[in-house]
Write a protein of this length. Structure first.
Length: 466
């Protein structure tokens, strides 16, 4: 199926929007350099144990002691991240969901022109929010739209829009972080633009989270470019994100990671059980060498080290069985991408009872905080160590070495046991090398740097001990 990029706007607006698109993508190509650090003795600390295969339950961290090195748990980052996460407001999140639900439906075949109903009204609501953030940012936050055609039925072709806010990165070659959510909804029958489709959790919750991240983050600048994207037509075979991901791919954008927030505000299952301690994280395999799976376990690693108020449980699948999400449009093109979703699911797709009464505000707030922490770490934490190598040493030991990173006060070596979905152990160290016999016990090793602000950045490329 071909997806045409189209403007759908008057001539003067088209010039203005085109200029913003060009500015946005010039900014996308801005952003990562490396530097030096201090030295110190190595210590070993625990991370979470391997994620259980069951979808229920939560894996807590357990101590893992290596007597020849010792045990010193790494402290969570200090005030900077804590202060940032406290800016997330439940009332704002719920207000966005209420406003979207009140539009009655956001089906792609619903009204494009009504002021108070349909997908056109949802698009204008999101654009209005972005314009508020742009005005408050002092010119650092840019907004634009990417048009495409979508098909609700084989004989129906309708204009749709992906809505984008962007903050240009400050460092060369630091790439871009994309956080997105779909804003369309669907009812029964699925091809009806008139059926009631409130879509509070699926996916008003994700839209609310992306808008809250954009509000908070638009006040600052970051090393990497950040893009906040609201997709249309996800409910119709994710046509919006397919079009957008291809657009990104055609422009050869370096994507550090794509985080898809889809259905993140409900804590119950179909029989009344509740689970509010974690989110599920879905990503494309295979486990050992998929960029998306590496991103998912990086999210688990960062959430542990930032001591977030919600856990991130890595799942061994790209999504739930026979389901899909917008992250797949990116991983299908080779980009690292993952989906956050409730631990349990109560509301079915196309359910007219998917209303705001079933959203748990504190769970949604903590889910949004997790996304905010990860986007911040990926976009503005110290850059990942480069030229990581593992060398043979006498006595069966191996030496792990890497280049120093600017402003790094500590490094954390993440260690993944064979068969584990996550980094189960970690080794905090202030040097840029360590000799240890224990490296051979692991199937994957990666390194992150922590800077003087307390920010822990993204992990290096994972190496496999031989």
């Amino acid at each position: 199926m071909a997806y045409d990029r189209i403007a759908f706007m008057d001539r003067s607006a088209s010039h203005r929007k085109t200029a913003l698109i060009l500015v946005g993508f010039v900014l996308l190509l801005i952003s990562c350099n490396m530097g030096t650090s201090d030295t110190g003795p190595p210590t070993l600390a625990p991370l979470r144990r391997p994620t259980p295969l069951a979808t229920r339950g939560y894996a807590e961290a357990r101590p893992v002691i290596r007597p020849e090195i010792g045990l010193t748990p790494a402290a969570p980052s200090e005030d900077l991240m804590k202060q940032l996460l406290e800016k997330v407001e439940s009332d704002r999140l719920m207000s966005h969901i209420r406003s979207l639900q009140d539009l009655r439906t956001r089906h792609i075949s619903s009204s494009q022109t009504s002021a108070n109903e349909g997908i056109g009204a949802a698009r204008r609501y999101i654009n209005d929010q972005f314009e508020i953030f742009r005005a408050a940012s002092g010119g650092r936050f840019y907004t634009f739209e990417v048009g495409f055609y979508a098909y609700a039925t084989p004989d129906e072709r309708s204009p749709q829009y992906n809505i984008v806010g962007a903050i240009g990165g400050t460092e060369l070659n630091a790439g871009a972080v994309i956080v997105g959510a779909h804003y369309d909804s669907i009812g029964t029958p699925r091809d009806s633009g008139a059926a009631y489709a409130p879509g509070a959790n699926d996916n008003g919750s994700g839209v609310a989270a992306v808008l809250e991240l954009a509000r908070i983050m638009s006040a600052s600048q970051y090393k990497a470019t950040i893009m906040f994207v609201l997709f249309s037509a996800e409910e119709i075979q994710r046509q919006g994100s397919i079009a957008f991901a291809q657009w990104i791919h055609d422009d050869d954008v370096d994507v550090i990671g794509m985080i898809n927030l889809d259905t993140i505000g409900n804590i119950h299952d179909f029989v009344g059980n509740r689970e509010d301690r974690y989110l599920r994280v879905y990503s494309a395999g295979p486990n050992d060498n998929s960029p998306s799976r590496r991103l998912a376990r990086e999210a688990n690693f960062l959430s542990h080290n930032y001591d977030l108020a919600i856990g991130l449980q890595v799942m061994d699948a790209v999504d739930r069985e026979n389901r899909y999400g917008d992250h797949q449009s990116f991983s299908d093109l080779g980009y690292p991408a993952m989906r956050f979703i409730n631990a349990f699911e109560e509301k079915r797709n196309a359910d007219p009872t998917d209303t705001i009464e079933f959203i748990e505000p504190d769970y949604l707030r903590r889910s949004t905080q997790a996304a905010l922490a990860l986007v911040t770490a990926l976009a503005d934490g110290p850059r990942p160590p480069a030229n990581v190598a593992l060398r043979e040493r006498d006595g069966g030991k191996k030496e792990l070495v890497w280049e120093p990173v600017d402003d790094a006060t500590e490094y954390i070596i993440a260690l993944r046991p064979a068969g584990s979905l996550i980094y189960a152990d970690q080794l905090p160290i202030s040097e840029t090398k360590v000799v240890w016999a224990g490296f051979s016990d692991y199937a994957g090793i990666a390194i992150a740097a922590r800077d003087s602000r307390g920010l822990l950045g993204p992990l290096s490329h994972e190496i496999i001990p031989r």
